[in-house]
Each structure stands twice: as C-alpha cells, then as structure tokens.
Write a new protein. Structure first.
Length: 193
C-alpha cells in the first residue's frame, strides 16, 4: 500500500495561507493548493466548496494571526480608553500591511469571492466590536448615565471601531481626533479652554 497524505481542513488552510502570503490572494487557486498538499483537487473541495470559501478563510486566518485573541480582551484594571489605545496600536500595522498587500488584490477577485472574503472579515471585526462593548460596560470610571441614545454602548462602540479601522486604513490623523473626542467625552482629556 502506498503512503496516503494525511490532510485536514487546517492543513489545507495553512498551505493556502502560505501561498496567498507569497503570491497574493489573486494567485491562490484550488489546484495549486491541492498540489502543494499532495492531494487531489476533490480533497480540497471536501473542505472548501469553492475558491471563494477558501479565500474567505484565508482572510480570516490573516486577522487571527495578526491579532492575538488575548489582546482583544481588557487586562485586569485596564480602563476603556487604555484598552482602545492598546487595540489601536496593535491594529495599526496589520491594517496597513493588509492595505498594502491583500486589499488591492481583493479588488481583482470575482464578485462571489470578494463578497465571501468581506463577510469573513466583517465577522472577525464584529467580534472585536463586541469586545469593545464589554470593556466599556465593565469600566467603572465611565459615567454610564451618559451612555444613552446615540451614545448607547453598541452604537458608540460601532462608531469607535469603524473610525479606528478606517482611520488606520487612511492614515489621515483621524484616529488622533477620535481619541481626543473620547477623552473629552469621558472627562479624561485636556479642557477646551
């Protein structure tokens, strides 16, 4: 009996991620992944029903590797603004790297692959946004009576996350503006006088 390749979804994803890191998302193909894994194309399709699904999970793997899940939780006695600053600092380079490498390549993907990749990215980012909400709610230094209406925690954290993400993507100084506004909102920044 010949040696049969032992393959798992995670093995395939690891190989696909390595190929995408080297050649870009547009250069990622099912046949190339199968060849690199020494398995049939059908074996890859058993785990990933389409190239779009494979690309989606590769994008998810990028964010998982770029951001340690432990960093997405507040440290003991860490207040909300400190957590936001730490998250922002930790996200800056991965966002810039993604913009410089994979983001432009995503535009060359077919509509289905692009939609599925954005869905995976959005799912990962929703987890981060939810973490922001938990830290905000747990922070005893925040005047929670102010967190109503448009400043309700889920709306405020969605706003903060969107502006952190887009601010780092654009590198236009808007992240500093966001933090100045948050510090003033929570009476932790310099006064306006």
């Amino acid at each position: 009996m010949g040696n049969k390749a032992i393959i798992s979804k995670d093995n395939i994803l690891e190989v696909a991620f390595a190929i995408a890191s080297e050649k870009g998302l547009a250069g990622l193909g099912i046949r190339e992944v199968a060849d690199a894994c020494s398995v049939s194309v059908g074996s890859v399709y058993n785990y990933f029903p389409s190239k779009a699904h494979l690309i989606s999970e590769v994008v998810g793997r990028y964010w998982e590797q770029a951001l340690d899940k432990n960093e997405l939780h507040a440290k003991q006695d860490e207040d909300f603004l400190s957590f936001c600053h730490r998250l922002s600092e930790r996200m800056e380079q991965p966002i810039k790297h993604f913009q410089q490498t994979w983001s432009g390549q995503m535009k060359s993907l077919d509509a289905q692959s692009l939609a599925v990749a954005h869905e995976e990215e959005s799912s990962y980012f929703a987890h981060i946004e939810k973490g922001l909400q938990l830290v905000l709610i747990r922070d005893k230094t925040i005047p929670h009576e102010q967190l109503v209406g448009p400043l309700e925690p889920s709306r405020l954290c969605a706003f903060i996350w969107k502006n952190l993400l887009e601010g780092h993507r654009r590198s236009d100084g808007s992240v500093e503006v966001l933090f100045a506004l948050l510090e003033r909102l929570f009476d932790k920044g310099p006064s306006l006088q």
